[in-house]
Design a protein around this ligand. Structure first.
Ligand SMILES: O=C(O)CCC(=O)C(=O)O
Length: 303
């Protein structure tokens, strides 16, 4: 394990100072033990249950994609609930059996929430209006930054799957890689045993790394990441991490009896543009000029 002290500060300040921003540029991330208030954490956590109660098994609002009844994506575990009126969708972990008579239990067994930032006022507030987060994003990305996505992974107790080493920009379709940041916010205590974030400090500076579809997910080729260089970022509920879109990061499986929920939002600077996937593929290349990101055309599907 890396012996370097992680960049973990006690509190997200009103305005980050120049030293923090210099460390962000150098190491590719910053973490704060306290960013949301306990009430914001409570509302954000209860919001997950509220969305599950609103959408799951509600035929009018939601399309249900059952595992086994259609294509099962390799990394698409469990049942998928897709809103009929917005891009919002969420997915159940592993082989957990979603049932309409157990909605709170279902909420504890979600793997992924996607496009949820406008679904509830609390998510809208945290992702788009929170004054301290806006100040941090402005300092890191420059004024007039834009939201890119809201996609959060959760790790149910006991069955939460790993998210292997990857760079977020291997997935994203933007035209340049120096102005994308992710914000990850713990809603439960995130520790090594329940799958907290691990990062390779400074690993963003080496540029795009080679990714491939393993049995688990799209991940960095083993030779291109050294887990011995990693540091775990353990955070209490309401703690926040901001990280560069090129920073290699992973979260291990959750075999513990502690649930691990988190929010995640991504942002891009005004200098970046969202571009067609083909353009991104021409740019996210290795030394030979060949695309090294997550190639969805190579994502096999299994029945
Ligand atoms: O929250 C997690 O477990 C990992 C999130 C992550 O790395 C991602 O969504 O790219």
């Amino acid at each position: 394990m890396n012996t370097k002290t992680p960049n973990i500060y006690p509190t997200l300040p009103e305005r980050p100072d120049a030293d923090m921003i210099a460390r962000y540029r150098e190491d590719g991330y910053l973490a704060f033990l306290s960013a949301l208030t306990p009430d914001e954490v409570r509302q954000a956590s209860e919001g997950i249950n509220a969305l599950v109660h609103k959408y799951a098994f509600n035929e009018e609002l939601t399309e249900h994609v059952y595992k086994g009844s259609g294509q099962k994506m390799k990394n698409g575990r469990g049942m998928l609930f897709k809103s009929r009126t917005s891009d919002f969708h969420f997915q159940v972990e592993g082989d957990y059996e979603a049932r309409p008579d157990r909605l709170d239990e279902l909420a504890d067994n979600i793997r992924k929430f996607q496009s949820y930032d406008r679904e509830l006022p609390i998510y809208d507030y945290i992702s788009h209006q929170h004054p301290k987060l806006r100040a941090l994003l402005g300092a890191v990305l420059g004024e007039n930054y834009a939201p890119y996505s809201s996609m959060a992974l959760c790790k149910p107790a006991g069955i939460g799957a790993e998210k292997p080493w990857h760079q977020d920009l291997a997935y994203f379709s933007v035209n340049r890689f120096d102005g994308v940041a992710g914000v990850w916010i713990a809603l439960d205590h995130a520790k090594v045993e329940n799958g907290c974030m691990h990062v390779i400090p400074g690993g963003h500076r080496a540029g795009p790394r080679s990714h491939y579809w393993s049995k688990v997910d799209c991940e960095i080729t083993t030779a291109e990441v050294n887990p011995a260089e990693a540091v775990p970022i353990e955070l209490p509920p309401g703690g926040l991490m901001i990280f560069d879109g090129l920073l290699p990061h992973e979260t291990p499986p959750n075999r513990s009896n502690l649930r691990r929920r988190a929010l995640q939002f991504h942002y891009r600077s005004a200098a970046t543009e969202v571009v067609p996937r083909e353009e991104h593929k021409r740019k996210f290349t290795g030394p030979e000029g060949i695309f090294v990101g997550c190639d969805y055309s190579k994502l096999e599907t299994v029945q």
